[in-house]
Design a protein around this ligand. Sequence first.
Ligand SMILES: Cc1cc2nc3c(=O)[nH]c(=O)nc-3n(C[C@H](O)[C@H](O)[C@H](O)COP(=O)(O)OP(=O)(O)OC[C@H]3O[C@@H](n4cnc5c(N)ncnc54)[C@H](O)[C@@H]3O)c2cc1C
Length: 241
Amino acid sequence: MAATWHESKVIRIEDETPTTKRFWLKTEGDETFDFKAGQFVTMDLPIGEKRNQRWRSYSIANAPDGSNVLEFCIVHLGGGLATDYLFDEVKIGSSIKFKGPDGNFVLPDPIENDLVFVCTGTGVAPFRSMIFDVFHQKKPHRGIHLIFGTRTADGILYQREFEELAQKMPGFRYSIALSREGNKQFHHGYVHGIYLKNYDEKRPDITFYLCGWTQMVDEAVANLIVKMGYDRTQVKYELYG
Ligand SMILES: Cc1cc2nc3c(=O)[nH]c(=O)nc-3n(C[C@H](O)[C@H](O)[C@H](O)COP(=O)(O)OP(=O)(O)OC[C@H]3O[C@@H](n4cnc5c(N)ncnc54)[C@H](O)[C@@H]3O)c2cc1C
């Protein structure tokens, strides 16, 4: 089936951390843009001649609400074609064309297992969408544990929101791992230390969702399946690259 392309305008941009920005895009036209929490879109950015040079995927970071406004949380490490463009050239009012939504990294329906979401950096985006979808739609669930990792405290994304949510959403738990900063409030080390400790007793009623760059995801898959003995069907992941 041919991909559906959508025109959108950037309506808001905010710094979230020193290297990460939140971008809000509103689709043009009257048609409702439907997506499932956890899905991504692929933007066609003016950064190359061939389409495989121009296309970059980004997870939708907000929950579906029928508003046609999509939020993205994007990290800029410097020297990347798309992120240089998004951070240096894109302004409020810029047009961005994208296709999608795509992807099967979505909530199970119904939610029967405990869900453990493991991510680093902007890998939190699909989980933010899923968690707020559960919250806003009052979806029945058992327990959701978000394990977020980054290097230092100034890289924590959406901290206040998730802390507030943990106070008001029964069954939602939030853990932060800082790999390069000792801080009494948080786990000192990688995300792996948190699930290895909390879920060391293998249970058939947990599903792990992993999202981020290859190194973290590969290590988590190896830990969960090889070391801890979880079944392959209990581990789902979305790779950013
Ligand atoms: C399904 C999907 C969803 C995605 N969602 C997001 C998202 O929500 N937010 C987001 O920031 N990115 C997301 N990405 C990554 C995004 O598509 C780009 O790969 C990223 O923005 C770098 O693009 P670039 O053109 O700037 O770098 P490029 O010019 O393509 O390459 C730079 C190099 O650096 C690597 N790289 C870039 N950033 C990182 C990083 N943070 N850690 C490790 N290696 C890195 C790339 O893999 C590549 O080797 C997603 C990718 C996929 C496949």
